[in-house]
Design a protein. Sequence first.
Length: 439
Amino acid sequence: MPEQNHPTTSWRRDVVIMALALVVVGILLTGVAIIVGVLPALAQEEPHTYLPIITRPAATPTPTPVTPPVNNHEYIVLGWNDLGMHCYNRDFQDLAVLPPYNNLWAQVIKRGDPPQIITNTVSVEYAFPDNTYSAGKSNFWQYDRQLFGVDLPLNVGLTGKGMAGDMDAVGTHFVAEGIPLTEFTDSNPTQAEPYQLAQVVVRLADGSEAARSTVVAPVSTEMRCDNCHYDGGVEGIRTGRIETNILTLHDKENADEYPAGHQGRLMDRRPVLCAECHASNALGAPGVTGLPNLSRAMHKKHAGKVPNSTAGCYNCHPGPSTKCLRDVMSSQFNMGCTDCHGDMRTVANNPNPWLNEPRCDNCHKDPKYAQNNPLFRLSTGHGGVYCEGCHDSTHAIAPSSQGRDAIKFVELQGHGGPIDACTVCHVTAPTGGSPHDAP
């Protein structure tokens, strides 16, 4: 679609300019905002058909506990995904809510008494041994210019990260943000696997390997809009596709109120980036003044139509097959989405979604469990280790009901998480108390 027929708001140009500047000086933004950077191609196009037919497997069983490893290594690495699930659109030709955009975090610890968090004498790499390319598994790169105003090299994401590369040292941790990961492996590109496995490898200055970890990078397209928006379902509208059904309904209900610069049917401006009009903290997109943010628009519109339950949330969030809520609170204490987030209207009324979320210390009142950041995923605890480093990601807090989440813990301590073996980091186990009792 010609650019003049698809208005590009100034925030996109600002994002592109900022990203290019950051790439030049080697700085990575670690928030949730997507910063668009263009780097040389990291891979060539693979001759695979776009949009393979999806089948979804059953959950992977938890690995069998093994004899704890004899930990005589000098270094260990704790790796994790920041959110517990990253979604992206299955098809970008009509609309986009989220692009392929995944994050890996890691902390490198030099074992000792006391242990030390290390960033300046090591480097950290990431790779997906059975998921080395994404072009051909997603049609995102056919529509990146129309949606985000940039022509990205194939298999390169919006921050310039590819499917393998270096993680960036930021403060006391390493991060690879914006990996364009899909839910399809190379070995079975027609079966969705929402719990992809990354290898996170630590190297010393001489290039030798010091430590590694197998880390889950969760990713899914299981957003079941088709539960309601099947062709002819809502308002009897038939367009031939789920996405165009949604856009046609949006035009029918809102076209007379589209703001200046955004007039005209969405159906005539495809592909449509929802965040162009509706602000999204997940994308760092300010939206159009006077319109509700994307979270409010979605949750308020569907409140009363979707049950206030985990099963209800799985109509839009992954999903009855993916089961992204898989943490210890859900599996052992029967807690659901609404126990932390509230009902649909409560979520809709959150003035700052993604950046203002439930806290662990809302329920865990003992001061020693208090978060030192409003977000759990950014909080640190014992010895400066990130909470997610030992307990794993939001929505996947260990022990998880998804077996792949346990692999990294078994590698380090012989059984699933959370990390509870002191000698993972300490050469000699300290006496008395738990990690939450000491700084």
